[in-house]
Design a protein around this ligand. Structure first.
Ligand SMILES: NC(=O)c1ccc[n+]([C@@H]2O[C@H](COP(=O)([O-])OP(=O)(O)OC[C@H]3O[C@@H](n4cnc5c(N)ncnc54)[C@H](O)[C@@H]3O)[C@@H](O)[C@H]2O)c1
Length: 249
């Protein structure tokens, strides 16, 4: 308890999956949560759950691809809690878009949400973090942002770019004591995977994971918690891989 005491944490895509788990876990660790998502009803249910358990949280409707929405999210964080200490750029989408299924609209959409959304988030919070003289930004990439995965061109492009914009931001923001790191989940059982992956593809994903079980949202949340907290005060520009061994071979 208390590993994020008094930290104001913005988590995008917090209505379900990993983002929801991070919101729950971080509130238990003393953070004040600004949970954001497009799916407002589900988001409010998570916020209510946190409050019912004695935590502090607000929910803000948010499309991460909108610069205007980002301004509103930061304004709400400052209005309710006075500052922004941590940003978790977690919201994301996936598409099964192999080389032969390429279409321009799908390509643009995934880049807009996964990549541009991450950049807009960093741009939006940095002025507030500079006022504090510190901050931690955690960008959720993927193992697909590190190694090749078949049939995911747009997703790989977006996550590969998230890996590298995290490092360039770490370089530029280190002088302000703002840390930027990326997290690379392997296969994690969330609505994203349950919706997108066929039974046949799941066999392949299981085979690629060395440990004898699939990942769970809390496996990622524990890693993000470390990077969000002051325990990682000397960690920036790094890639935290949490993949059950997928990328070991
Ligand atoms: N689940 C996995 O196996 C896996 C693996 C590697 C990386 N990731 C990454 O982890 C992150 C979380 O994934 P998840 O599995 O929890 O997904 P999920 O689909 O379960 O949840 C994603 C959340 O993001 C929200 N969202 C989508 N588009 C949005 C937008 N434009 N603006 C605001 N919110 C939006 C959704 O409403 C949803 O609540 C994503 O960035 C994903 O790419 C997931």
């Amino acid at each position: 308890m208390g590993r994020l005491a008094d930290k104001v944490v913005i988590i995008t895509g917090a209505a379900m999956g990993q983002g929801a788990e991070e919101a729950r876990m971080f509130a238990k660790e003393g953070a004040k949560i600004v949970a954001t998502d497009l799916q407002i009803d589900q988001l409010h249910a998570i916020v209510q759950e946190i409050k019912d358990n004695g935590g502090e949280a607000i929910g803000v409707k948010h499309n991460v691809a909108s610069e205007e929405d980002w301004k509103n999210v930061v304004a709400q964080a400052v209005e309710h809690f006075g500052r922004v200490n941590v940003l978790v750029n977690n919201a994301g989408i996936t598409t099964a878009q192999g080389f032969d299924q390429f279409d321009m609209a799908g390509w643009n959409k995934i880049l807009e949400i996964n990549l541009t959304g991450t950049m807009l988030g960093m741009q939006a919070v940095v002025p507030e973090m500079r006022k504090l003289g510190s901050g931690s930004i955690v960008n959720i990439s993927s193992i697909a942002g590190l190694v090749a995965m078949s049939g995911t061109n747009g997703y790989s492009a977006s996550k590969g770019a998230v890996t590298l914009i995290s490092k360039t931001a770490a370089m530029e923001l280190a002088k302000d004591s703002i840390r930027v790191n990326s997290v690379h989940p392997g296969v994690i059982m969330t609505p994203m995977v349950e919706k997108a992956v066929t039974e046949e593809a799941m066999k392949g994903l299981k085979a690629g994971t060395l440990l004898p079980r699939m990942g769970r949202p809390e496996d990622i949340a524990y890693g993000v918690l470390y990077l969000a907290s002051d325990e990682s005060a000397f960690v920036t520009g790094t890639q935290l891989v949490i993949d059950g061994g997928w990328t070991a071979r």
